[in-house]
Design a protein around this ligand. Structure first.
Ligand code: T4K
Length: 359
């Protein structure tokens, strides 16, 4: 059986059925149903946040976030090393992504380069906590305050991550999350926004429901970005198993740390940040070694992924300037190894042996 980079969690079927039965009984399938309300409450408690709004995907969360802070046709300063959704959302809004290169040690955006990218055309900053490794939140917040720019964090990969003892989702103006099936916590498809400002949060609630208020009046331009009750049911069932999931991920992560050859560089994590162990990225010394490792694993039906590839400053469709040398170097050398809670220790050891033999 092939081993992929991840394996979506399928929660206990009876547990899931218990939640689904509630939707069958109530006939409330979407539009702010009781399962959605319960999931929202449990997530806010677990993550230590307020103003969490569940939506239909991580990409929808980004779309809504940019709209909320008024991004229109100007520039958004962002990172080239992230999943395409981050950049794509900017271009979708008719704005222009301006790429600040990354720090090769952390794979996160370089705050000082980010500061240099700000112009009088800038409308917002949108950066990703890559692989759940928190960016230098203090410095980036300071830069955005100085320039009076809204700050959005793409926290799609940061479920449960803390910085200096509290949730990283509380930083900046808005954080967005992905609850796609491949994430450690998921709702099949889904996502969320965490919005600092109460007024903006109310606007977000309207925005994902066609711009309607509670009495059905159209107050603003909106979209349908809602999560439905079946997705919320899946979220609740996965949430019930969260301890087992995080323990399993930590176990696999620690085993890679212990058994992989130290020639493979691992990113440096935020000094005051926690990790959620959702990804295990390794950096080979050059692209030939990366290719050799990848082929060796694939010949045994083990499929690591080139997250992220390509460097987004090189994507013609996004119209950015190709100036991010660090990011373009990293995308040639990086591989994300398989990691999920049910990945067996024997298979992790096998993966490590195959990789170590290439080095
Ligand atoms: N921002 C960031 C930083 C993100 O990482 C993402 C998403 C987003 C924004 C956007 O959020 P969403 O709109 O997606 O909620 C996957 C996910 O689809 C994507 O959500 C995720 N990031 C990205 C990092 O990974 P692909 O194209 O690599 O997915 P795929 O289908 O190749 O799946 C990876 C492996 O997982 C497969 O090789 C096999 C396994 N798999 C996958 C699925 C879907 C299964 O075994 N079963 C499945 O059902 O993007």
């Amino acid at each position: 059986m092939p081993t992929y980079v991840t394996r979506p969690r399928l929660p206990d079927f009876d547990r899931l059925q218990g939640y689904l039965a509630q939707a069958y009984d109530s006939h409330q399938l979407t539009n702010n149903g009781p399962l959605l309300a319960l999931l929202t409450q449990r997530l806010e408690e677990l993550l230590g946040v307020k103003n969490l709004l569940l939506v239909s995907s991580g990409t929808m969360a980004l779309q809504v976030a940019l709209k909320l802070v008024g991004v229109a046709r100007g520039e958004v300063v962002t990172t080239p090393f992230t999943f395409p959704a981050t950049s794509s959302t900017i271009v979708w809004h008719g704005a222009k992504p301006v790429y600040a290169d990354i720090l090769p040690e952390t794979l996160n955006v370089d705050p000082e380069l980010l500061s240099l990218c700000i112009t009088d055309q800038s409308e917002a900053v949108l950066v990703t906590h890559v692989f759940g490794n928190s960016v230098d939140v203090d410095r980036i917040e300071e830069i955005c305050r100085t320039h009076n720019l809204p700050l959005i964090f793409d926290a799609a990969q940061s479920f449960g991550v803390k910085v200096s003892g509290s949730s990283v989702l509380n930083r900046g103006d808005i954080s967005t999350l992905s609850f796609h099936a491949t994430k450690l916590f998921h709702t099949l498809e889904g996502g969320a926004l965490v919005v600092k400002d109460d007024r903006l949060f109310e606007e977000a609630q309207r925005m994902i429901n066609f711009g309607l208020n509670s009495t059905g009046e159209v107050l603003s331009v909106g979209i349908n970005g809602k999560m439905n009750e079946f997705e919320a049911a899946m979220g609740l069932a996965v949430l019930d198993e969260m301890d087992e999931i995080t323990q399993g991920l930590s176990r696999v992560y620690a085993q890679y740390d212990a058994e992989l050859n130290n020639q493979l560089v691992r990113p440096k994590y935020h000094p005051d940040g926690t990790r959620n162990c959702c990804y295990y990225p390794v950096l080979c010394s050059n692209s030939s070694v990366r290719e050799e490792v990848q082929l060796a694993l694939e010949s045994h039906e083990i499929f690591p992924r080139r997250y992220f590839y390509p460097s987004l400053d090189t994507v013609k469709a996004y119209g950015g300037v190709e100036n991010c040398l660090n990011s373009r170097d990293i995308v040639e050398r990086i591989l994300c190894l398989p990691i999920y809670a049910s990945l067996e220790s024997a298979q992790v050891s096998r993966i490590c042996r195959l990789i170590n033999a290439c080095l």
